[in-house]
Design a protein around this ligand. Sequence first.
Ligand SMILES: *Cc1c(COP(=O)(O)O)cnc(C)c1O
Length: 229
Amino acid sequence: MTTISNALQAARTRISAAAAQCGRDPESIILLAVSKTVSPETIRIAYGVGQRAFGESYAQEALDKIAALPDLDIVWHFIGPLQSNKTKLIAENFAWAHSVERVKIAQRLSDQRPDSLPPLNLCLQVNVSGEGSKSGVAASEVAALAQAVATLPKIKLRGLMAIPEATGDSAKQHAQFRLLRELYGQLIAQGHALDTLSMGMSGDLEAAIAGGATIVRLGSAIFGERKKA
Ligand SMILES: *Cc1c(COP(=O)(O)O)cnc(C)c1O
């Protein structure tokens, strides 16, 4: 209990300090607790000390937890790879999906979003490192994807997300965040009403906040190291 509570407090302090460093309001940054591999009991503890937004990467695992925690007012974010055969589960059970990289997936999410729920909040995942093996849409294709997604009725396009290449080279790290922010600015200039830059994890939180992050996704900094899958 105290461990999670302390870790959450430390994470919030880290966010506030990073925001102060660059003259930003810490209230403008959402802490998303990445709870993949974490038990429902542990999620309940984090909720008990005020955490509301949780991020999950695997649809079936997430569903089991959502079913186990029906009494909690959690805002569930899907941040993992999006496969066609999982879109229905996500459309029916999540408030956000961060990892859309194809219009076909966004179309399915819109079609499968129940009318009883508000539109699904969506981020487009961008490949900011340019590595072929990384997921995300290429920077050169973001504008076209945003254009297509913005027309979908049960989707609310909120912004962009990236998982930068892990690097100890801080110049390279900053360049990846800068690229995402530039693309974000371009979309806004093209008329998209966006408010979300989902970037920054346990290891690069400060650089991400300096780069304009509005959602930071922290897993191990809150729940400890994950066992390797
Ligand atoms: C696991 C994961 C995180 C959290 O990573 P940590 O390094 O544990 O903070 C953030 N974003 C995504 C997309 C993830 O899959």
